[in-house]
Design a protein around this ligand. Structure first.
Ligand SMILES: Cc1ncc(COP(=O)(O)O)c(C=O)c1O
Length: 414
């Protein structure tokens, strides 16, 4: 179901007009559809039901508490990558026993925090990290459950910055060194070998790379299970891609499951998944107001009140976001859609046919629910924008707009 539709030429999120929200809460404004979050979770759970995975929402994609809470209520666990994300997860009411903790650079403080709360498992990205986790567990008189992140070295056919499963990436351990790494960890005090983790990248639009990675790793899981009686989880990561361009073919969870589930079944292992973008990417839009239209002799610029500081994906990965006019228009203009920041990289769309809009008009940057607000900054001293959740014909603020005072709140010693 598409939750972003035009009714009488006006863009709606579920039953709420985008224009009304922009007027009530100002722009730039992130708007999330609760129904879309729920629908995506249910579609994935249904597609994968033969293996009944623990679906851990990767909150790096969107760490707003209301978004997390919505998915927890659907039955999600969480995937975190920092102490800050653990704090957010607990604040949103997550059960620590359903939290997995990845990331290549965990500090001792973060490890201790996670051990204190009793998370399900650490995804361990190197042998030195295993040693540090062991030392923290010894010091605290507890046991740490771990799963090494094993790098299957498959080509994910995605942007190089979000490809993580190749041997040249910083993540995980080469598959060829798996048994050695596990033997080392098993010999460390206060470590329980709990499972194996893999994650090959993000925004992957075909099932083949997931199939190839699972096919490579399946045998290893069987060997590890035979070697270590406590080995019981196989975390297959996230990465399911979504539609950004109208012509994109999103990866259907049923197609994904058809290729992957046969490799996961019958192993006697609990499957864990870590989708981020798939759950929340198309649940969100960034609404922005046109400030000026500037006609240079060689190029037209539509200058808006949103910037790379609100949505950095186009600047960082040359990512494409569909741009819709809030008041539907068939006319288009060829232009760059740019923000007010003093960087030439500050664009949300470059060299594109865009809706023909003028000063004061509203635009919606589509598919902005994942890696949108979560990557926002206050660069150029632009306060963080507001976030609103919609369900049916109700809307409520889930992130207040910051003001100028917030920009300096943490500064001391003037
Ligand atoms: C370890 C891990 N798990 C899950 C994810 C979520 O990926 P996606 O949003 O593509 O599903 C990421 C993203 O970078 C990740 O690094």
């Amino acid at each position: 179901m598409d939750v972003f539709t035009y009714k009488n030429g006006e863009l709606f999120v579920e039953g709420v007009a985008v224009r009304g929200l922009a007027e009530a809460y100002g722009t730039p404004l992130y708007i999330y559809s609760k129904t879309h979050l729920q629908t995506q979770f249910r579609r994935l759970a249904a597609a994968m039901q033969r293996v009944k995975p623990l679906i851990c929402f990767a909150i790096k994609a969107n760490s707003n508490g209301a978004v997390i809470r919505t998915l927890l209520d659907e039955g999600a666990g969480l995937d975190i990558v920092s102490g800050g994300e653990l704090f957010r997860a607990l604040r949103a009411g997550a059960d620590p026993a359903r939290i997995v903790f990845a990331g290549v650079g965990k500090t001792a403080d973060e490890i201790r925090y996670a051990l204190r709360t009793g998370i399900l498992c650490f995804t361990v990205e190197s042998e030195p990290e295993a040693r540090r986790i062991s030392a923290c567990a010894v010091e605290m008189g507890t046991t740490a459950r771990i799963a090494f992140r094993i790098n299957p070295d498959v080509e994910a056919h995605t942007h190089k910055y979000i490809s993580t499963g190749k041997k040249e990436n910083k993540f995980g351990i080469d598959a060829g060194r798996t048994l050695e790494a596990y033997a080392l960890a098993a010999a460390l005090p206060n470590i329980e070998i709990a499972g194996l983790h893999m994650h090959i990248g993000s925004q992957i639009l075909t099932a083949q790379p997931f199939h190839d990675a699972a096919a490579k790793i399946r045998e290893l899981c069987l060997r590890l299970k035979a070697l270590y009686p406590t080995f019981r989880y196989w975390d297959i990561g996230g990465g399911i891609g979504i539609r950004y361009k109208p012509e994109d073919q999103a990866l259907d969870p049923v197609a994904y499951a058809e290729r992957v589930v046969p490799l996961l079944e019958g192993l006697g292992l609990q499957i864990v998944m870590e989708p981020g973008r798939y759950l929340c990417g198309n649940a969100g839009v960034l609404v922005t107001r046109v400030q000026y239209v500037k006609d240079n002799p060689s190029k037209k610029f539509i200058i808006i009140d949103a910037a790379m500081s609100d949505l950095i994906r186009p600047a960082l990965y040359q990512a494409y976001h569909e741009i819709r006019a809030v008041a539907q228009t068939a006319a288009t203009v060829h232009a760059d859609l740019v923000g007010p920041i003093c960087e030439s990289g500050d664009f949300l769309a470059a060299d594109r046919d865009l809706p023909a809009v003028g000063e004061g008009d509203l635009l919606a940057v589509m598919s902005a629910g994942a890696y949108g607000f979560a990557m926002a900054s206050t660069y150029n001293s632009r306060p963080l924008v507001a976030e609103v959740m919609v369900e049916g014909d109700r809307a409520w603020v889930v992130g207040r707009r910051e003001g100028w005072e917030d920009l300096v709140r943490r500064e001391v010693g003037l």
